[in-house]
Ligand binder design. Structure first.
Ligand code: FAD
Length: 461
């Protein structure tokens, strides 16, 4: 390998980078990986994992309330935010150490520094100001919270990054955003006892999800005391003593103790040195790549959120693995980004895969919709006013189930398994032929017999 210090240099030790580094090393490549913050990246340090731990914490309040209907007397529970944060931090540190140990086991050299591109084969390590020559470079630098246009008082606004480290639980919080991170944090804070106001500029939360899912979740969130204000934006944040006065478009103002924005994340490409290389950036702001994650510079690849394809951990991991298989394993492996099952850990949870009703109507000649909304069994004794929602979107010509949408407890767990059936092109008849598991909520998925509605393009034309 004359002229190169390593076969592969990975910039960013998050979900995609760590997987790519490990797999490339397992094929015998000499690999170096640079990380400017903490090994594990967004998912482990300030994303999926800490978020889910907070979600678990937030759900106990409903469990305590619901217990009474089942004969339990629960003394007035109290909650201690610093304990939760300390315990969460301990678990994150354990995971970070496990990630580092994996890299060490595979003899991947970890450089704890920011790294930037000097040229197509050279990386500059900023902490030591040294250069490393690499035959192949992988950019897996993730994404970063975006705060939108500069408004007065933006300096008071936090993102999800800081939400994980607040010194105390805010009594009142306003969250701007309608995507999954915004609704998840709304559920977390509400469950832990904060008064939550969610402000979103669009007409309804969870843009891109099925309209029935959006409506159902919004009404369930309201049921749990969350104020959901759509069609508005935050225009200004004023500090008034210990609190903040948030001015909304339309003239309303809300007084809160914390203001959080979760209005999107932008690919982390700033200052990476890509400009000098004429590396193509796609219209959406991510690094443009082909199906093998190769950029417009032939020996530079990019995976994960920095490519702005599907910004989810399992996708970044799959892309990182496929990259290593392709470049170092001799197995060209494209990644299929269709039919990615996904969950929103809101309260209640959302799980979806495949086409929404409106997407199916746009793409298919005939569409059959099956849906149900029902009171879950547990609510009969707990008395909680809540409903589960389930919907199947079926290709009316082939009978294939092309979309499945669930709002309710454990929707994330359910959609993982349903994802297999949908990917295997299961038909509605396959669902119907599957014996129900009783008594469960999921049995509704195999007992939906009545079409809610059927669309036919020929009939519409
Ligand atoms: C609050 C939140 C909740 C989420 N929840 C979920 C969820 O429930 N399920 C799910 O699938 N996904 C979730 N995600 C998304 C998921 O975290 C990301 O899709 C995933 O982490 C992307 O992995 P990645 O490898 O592309 O980037 P990252 O994991 O972000 O890793 C990038 C790494 O690169 C480092 N870096 C950046 N620039 C440099 C540089 N120049 N030099 C050295 N290091 C650098 C960063 O410090 C970071 O560690 C969540 C995200 C957030 C923010």
């Amino acid at each position: 390998m004359p002229g190169y210090d390593v076969d592969l240099f990975v910039i960013g030790a998050g979900s995609g980078g760590v997987r790519a580094a490990r797999v490339a090393a397992s094929y015998g490549a000499r690999v170096m990986i640079a990380e400017e913050y903490r090994v594990g990246g967004t998912c482990v340090i300030r994303g999926c994992v800490p978020k889910k731990l907070l979600v678990y914490a937030s759900r106990f309040s409903e469990e305590f309330e619901d217990a009474a209907g089942f004969g339990w007397t629960v003394p007035q529970p109290t909650f201690h935010w610093p304990s939760l944060i300390a315990n969460k931090d301990r678990e994150i540190a354990r995971l970070e150490a496990a990630y580092s140990a994996t890299l060490e086991r595979y003899k991947v050299e970890l450089i704890k520094s920011r790294a930037v591109l000097e040229d197509a084969n050279t990386v500059r390590i900023l902490s030591t100001d040294t250069l490393v020559r690499a035959k192949t470079i992988l950019i897996s630098t993730g994404a970063w919270p975006h705060y939108g246009p500069k408004i007065p008082g933006l300096e008071y606004v936090i993102s999800s990054n800081e939400a994980f480290h607040l010194p105390e639980l805010p009594k009142r919080i306003l969250i701007q955003g309608g995507g999954y991170i915004a609704v998840e944090f709304a559920g977390i804070f509400a469950g832990l006892g904060s008064k939550v106001t969610l402000v979103y500029r669009g007409e309804n939360i969870l843009r891109g999800f099925d309209d029935d899912v959006r409506e159902h979740l919004r009404s369930e969130m309201r049921q749990r005391g969350i104020t959901v204000t759509c069609g508005h934006t935050v225009d200004a944040v004023e500090k008034a003593g210990d609190e903040f006065i948030v001015k909304l478009s339309g003239g309303d103002a809300v007084s809160v103790d914390k203001v959080m924005f979760a209005i999107g994340r932008r690919p982390n490409i700033m200052g990476l040195g890509l400009e000098n290389l004429h590396c193509r950036i796609a219209e959406h702001g991510g690094i443009a790549v082909d199906e093998y994650s190769r950029t417009s510079v032939p020996n530079i690849y990019a995976v994960g959120d920095v490519t702005h394809r599907v910004a989810l951990t399992p996708v970044a991991i799959r892309e990182g693995h496929a990259f290593a298989d392709t470049v170092f394993g001799g197995k060209p492996t494209p990644v299929d980004h269709s039919n990615v099952p996904t969950a929103v850990f809101s309260e209640p949870e959302v799980g979806v895969i495949g086409l929404t009703e409106s997407q199916a109507r746009e793409r298919l000649a005939k569409v059959d919709i099956y849906k149900t909304s029902f009171r879950p069994m547990k609510a009969t004794l707990s008395g909680r006013d809540t409903k589960v929602f389930m919907k199947l979107v079926v290709d009316g010509i082939t009978d294939q189930v092309v979309g499945c949408h669930i709002v309710g407890p454990d929707a994330g767990e359910l959609i993982q398994v349903l994802g297999i059936a949908v990917r295997m092109r299961a038909t509605k008849a396959d669902f119907d032929a599957t014996m129900a598991v009783h008594p469960t909520a999921a049995e509704e998925l195999v007992t939906l017999r009545e079409k809610a509605v059927s669309y036919s393009r020929a009939a519409a034309e």
